[in-house]
Write a protein that binds this ligand. Sequence first.
Ligand code: FRU
Length: 494
Amino acid sequence: MKEHQKLILEAHKSHDQVKNEVQKSHWRLNYHVSPPAYWMNDPNGFCVYNGEYHLFYQHHPFSPEWGPMYWGHVKSKDLAFWEEQPIALAPSEEYDRDGCFSGSAIEKDGKLYLMYTGNVWTGDNHDTDLKQVQCLAVSTDGLTFEKLKDNPVIEKAPDGDIHPYHFRDPKVWKHGDFYYCVLGSRTNDHQGQVLLYRSSDLINWEYINVLAKGEVGFSFMWECPDLFHLDGQDVLVMSPQGVKPKGYLYHNLHQAGYLLGKLDYEKGTLEHGDFHLLDYGFDFYAPQTTLDDQGRRILIAWMAMWESEMPEQKNQWAGAMTIPRELKIEGETIIQRPVLELQKLRKDEVHYENVELNGELELEGIQGDSFELEMVIDAKKASQFGLKLRVNEELQEETVLTYNRDEGFFIFNRDHSGKGPKGERKAPVVLKDNQLRLQIFVDKSSVEVFINEGEKVMTGRIYPSEKSTGVLLFANGPVEIVQLKKWGLKNCIN
Ligand code: FRU
């Protein structure tokens, strides 16, 4: 048996040993993709192949910590229900010995190609002692993958002011007669940048140019770039590392955001505007998108953050994906909305209209640890209002979402959420017709808030006790809950 297959078998055996223990974790998510056991980070190879959505992910199948990377795999017919698949890639070759790092997928001649970074440590210091090359694996059934004999297909970083070793995360797409890919990079003195390549066959790659580069001092590396055309603009999504906090912005260890602009395919340059965050919460990194058969641009991100405390590790798993979000551009910003198919998960609707609120209010039927809420709130004259989720008064647990009109911020506070990391994040939000619209997805250990129909999104992991299921509405003056709908959500992973 080939080394690749052998490693995959061993990884599955490793899962089997702890799967039961993992299932006992009350933080296990109901409708978010997470690993069957052990560690998950970036989404990889998100694509549509033979009419089904495939999502791969960075995976360490031997412990709940990051380690030599494999590619885990799930697929879905509708982005709502997911099916686990066998592990797709294992670090079996000289050139990817220490990890099959992040990458993407593309269909060519009916086959599914995965383009990924082969990582090798050349010494003990993982910042300086590494070699990264770009590789391909191919599948005819979307289930088992074979690495190409031509690997690595990009053997080293190009000359110029380009760091020779930090060179990773190819995202490939087709435009006209060519395939293109962007790669995460940094300059020799550590400024984040993205490189553009071109190929006619996926195997022979020609370097074109530095597509975009951060300003001096902005960041030290751009990871996981993604480039696509949307609503008349070219969009570069990337994850800059080392951005310093500035006011309410950039308080996570690393950021994930985008530039809007115009790509010149010949010169290989992107003329672009300012950097914007994609998510204003705590746990959102390395997003990747795909274009589906309906022409929608859909994004999924890792719902975690490097170096954050992850209490689920004690139950032998770590990490999850956000729900899939459809992207649109309105004005100069990307709007994100949960894909409509998630409505298939809804059950047990509870519905309220025109509820006056002043102080604190609990509504019958509005509680739980895994649900969706849709709300329209008329702010009237109140200056602060919002809701508390996963509340347990005895245990003094609550996760607080507040709109502060004087400050013009929506605030997500997890100081008293339970176990795990704490803190507060803010997103600038203005009311429309004096109203605030919220769509909130609560899962066993996560909260995603879509504000004003996806203008801003805030995502965070929380680790409350199992018994913390209360929901409280509050306002420091009279407000009107014009509408409130709540649904329980079905389990989505098989
Ligand atoms: C981003 C990242 C990628 C790399 C992968 C390794 O989170 O650091 O740049 O390919 O994770 O797991």
